[in-house]
Write a protein of this length. Structure first.
Lengths: 309, 396
């Protein structure tokens, strides 16, 4: 392998990893909701879009950095999620229906409403937050002068990646160390048993939907400095989150992190070695492969190993 | 009581007649264009430009003393919507001429409808070559075709840069593909080797894998055919990876509008782009139009606006010469057009396999100190081009 080929490979892996970190944060909210409520929330991408518009408004009217607006977007999205669950999804859950999955259909409707409301308020123009550090990057040759290859690490991408890691770590801490978190995991594992143990499942569902929305809202804020924004952007990210949820294993946070990073790296590798037009194809090849070869997702493989010993 | 009803009814009928009489003094032109959706920026600029032109025309007495009344229909850059709008305009409103639309996909759909219903259609800013290559009799195109978009860029490259290799990146759409194919042909003609030709999905987040492949191929020129947001993301990520080609060139569209510089900021510096018009050209009325637009809306318009502005004058000219205002009468007049406009001399020719196509000069813009400047052909230049440009490392 020549040094040029090595450079291309390493640079591809770096961007894949950074992209994967963001994907993981986008997917984690969906998998959390999936685990507790056993429904796929197809308004996930639209909730992210709402988070991005929160950051955009703060940037354009008060010059607040998109990264700082995570602190505002998270509570806003949490409240939005809580309201959606309490007044729209919970009532539907109680109704006997011909199709058992009509909450899923409801989320599609919620997504459409959110996208159209955003179109009415902000028009469907592209918006972006041109921050000063948008193209800042660190270079290997600046640190190590004789380096035979040149690698670059984008500053906003790295910051987004790090913040995504921190948020995920906080979530993990919350789920494993606090009472509330433990109840969420208990409900995800066995709803009836949790109910018998005195967990208020109804309230927990409301809380989880809020938490899932808040997480994807945070992901939106982290994406904004490196991307741009328009009301219809939700759909493509709902799909990505969906693929990650299936790949990682339904309801598993660890699975979502690993799934996100695998997806990011796989997409980057297909872009480099098969052509960028093939990246979406690669995404769905992974999706189908996950369904056929390990239907329980990555987490099922991890579990099998552990029990095997 | 009966009598009262009768009076009311009569007066209603009379007022309807009166409205019809008044209507005879106006010429209603409904223009389909994208006012929402991804292409709304371009649609908005064109709408403003049509309005400026209509205002001027009406101030000077209208078309044959008939007031020109414009209205707009939003197609959202969706071909099926554009088609439905135009079917309605021709079938129920009996509008004898269609002007407008922006994306090639929409223009293609509209052209098919217009041809089928034998109504002249004037294309304003859609570049896909095929549209005027289908032996359509009723479809006229005022803007240059994609195959010639890059003529001046090629000329600039050949005379100034003298490169050996080129990498072509393009979005997977009608416009992107035809632009890239045209560039590939031109490159062969001037002996430039195409080391990489790759498409991407519009709206991608991360171009870096693709760009690191470009970097490894070390092309002298990177040529990109993109709409606006992809164009600025591409330049930003090129800067991030410090890809030092001798020249970054864009194929009009996304690279030629002010939003490109607003979004890409310093990463846009020194990038050149093909364009069909600049505010600095010396066509009659061009400067007046550009100044008027800037005064009203704060920014100079790009070729999309200028073409829309001039299209209304072309329409006026054809209507004035037409022996009657029927689709066929207007078509015959349109065919004989030879008019000096702010967009240059407009005449519709049949050559190189195109029909009713206006062949206009193209220009090269370069971003210099955060502004689009005309740099080529030299006789139109507003500033001297910057070449060679500093490497990314030197820029800071």
């Amino acid at each position: 392998m020549t040094s040029v080929q090595l450079e291309v490979l390493l640079q591809t892996l770096i961007s894949g990893l950074l992209l994967g970190g963001l994907y993981a944060l986008i997917g984690i909210g969906m998998t959390l909701i999936m685990g507790v409520m056993k429904i796929i929330n197809l308004a996930h991408g639209e909730l992210m879009m709402v988070g991005m518009y929160v950051a955009f408004v703060l940037f354009s009217s008060f010059h607040i950095d998109p990264y700082l607006s995570v602190l505002v977007a998270v509570p806003v999205l949490f409240i939005l999620g809580v309201l959606l669950q309490k007044f729209l999804i919970n009532p539907v859950l109680k109704v006997e229906a011909i199709i058992p999955e009509n909450q899923v259909i409801l989320t599609v409707g919620i997504g459409m409403v959110l996208a159209n409301v955003a179109t009415i308020i902000f028009t469907s123009d592209y918006k972006s937050t041109p921050v000063d550090y948008a193209t800042k990057a660190w270079y290997l040759s600046d640190i190590w002068k004789e380096s035979p290859i040149e690698l670059s690490l984008s500053m906003p991408w790295s910051v987004s990646f790090l913040l995504a890691l921190i948020i995920t770590a906080l979530l993990w801490f919350f789920l494993t160390k606090t009472d509330m978190g433990k109840s969420i995991r208990a409900t995800a594992q066995d709803k009836d048993a949790a109910l018998l143990m005195g967990v208020n499942v109804e309230r927990l569902r409301v809380f989880t939907f809020g938490l899932g929305s808040a997480l994807v809202g945070a992901a939106g804020c982290l994406l904004l400095p490196i991307y741009y924004l328009y009301p219809d952007l939700g759909g493509q990210f709902t799909l990505i989150a969906f693929v990650i949820t299936i790949l990682g294993g339904l309801g598993s946070t660890v699975g979502a992190i690993i799934g996100g990073i695998i997806l990011g790296i796989f997409e980057s590798l297909t872009s480099t070695y098969a052509g960028m037009g093939w990246a979406p194809v690669g995404r769905f090849v992974i999706f189908v492969a996950a369904l056929i070869f390990f239907p329980g997702g990555i987490v099922s493989i991890l579990k099998r190993k552990r029990f095997g010993k | 009581m009966k009598r009262l009803t009768l009076i009311v009814l009569m007066s209603f009928v009379l007022s309807l007649c009166a409205a019809n009489l008044f209507a005879a003094d106006t010429f209603d032109l409904v223009i389909p264009l994208p006012l929402t959706g991804k292409q709304a920026k371009f649609g908005e600029m064109m709408k403003r430009s049509y309005e400026i032109a209509a205002e001027e025309i009406n101030a000077k007495g209208g078309i044959k003393k008939t007031k020109l009344v414009l209205s707009f229909e939003d197609s959202g850059a969706k071909p099926e919507t554009a088609r439905a709008i135009v079917e309605k305009l021709i079938d129920t409103k009996k509008q004898p001429i269609i002007v407008g639309e922006y994306t090639s996909a929409c223009a293609k759909a509209v052209a098919a409808v217009a041809e089928e219903r034998k109504t002249p259609y004037l294309i304003v800013a859609s570049a896909d070559d095929d549209i005027t290559r289908q032996n359509y009799k009723y479809v006229f195109r005022q803007n240059q075709v994609n195959a010639h978009y890059a003529d001046s860029v090629i000329d600039f490259i050949q005379k100034v840069v003298k490169p050996k290799t080129v990498a072509i990146l393009f979005e997977s759409s009608n416009f992107g593909t035809s632009g890239a194919d045209a560039m590939e042909k031109d490159a062969l003609k001037i002996g430039m080797k195409v080391v990489l030709k790759e498409k991407y999905e519009a709206g991608s987040v991360d171009f870096k894998p693709l760009l690191s492949k470009v970097k490894a191929a070390q092309p002298d020129v990177i040529y990109m055919v993109s709409y606006v947001m992809d164009a600025s993301l591409l330049m930003k990520q090129i800067k991030e990876l410090r890809i030092d080609a001798k020249l970054f060139a864009g194929g009009a569209a996304g690279f030629a509008i002010p939003e490109f510089i607003d979004n890409a900021k310093d990463a846009a510096e020194y990038a050149i782009t093909a364009t069909l018009w600049t505010p600095q050209v010396k066509f009659p009325g061009a400067k007046e139009y550009a100044d008027k637009y800037k005064k009203k809306f704060g920014d100079f318009p790009s070729y999309h606006g200028a073409s829309a502005y001039s299209a209304l004058y072309v329409t006026k000219d054809a209507l004035e010469r037409a022996k009657d205002w029927t689709p066929d009468g207007i078509r015959a007049a349109m065919k004989a057009t030879n008019l000096a406009t702010a967009f240059g001399q407009v005449k519709f020719e049949d050559k190189e396999g195109y029909q009713n196509q206006n062949f206009a000069d193209t220009f090269v813009l370069q971003v210099i100190k955060g502004e689009h400047e005309t740099v080529w052909p030299e006789k139109y230049a507003s500033k001297k081009y910057v070449y060679p440009m500093p490497s990314w490392r030197e820029r800071r």
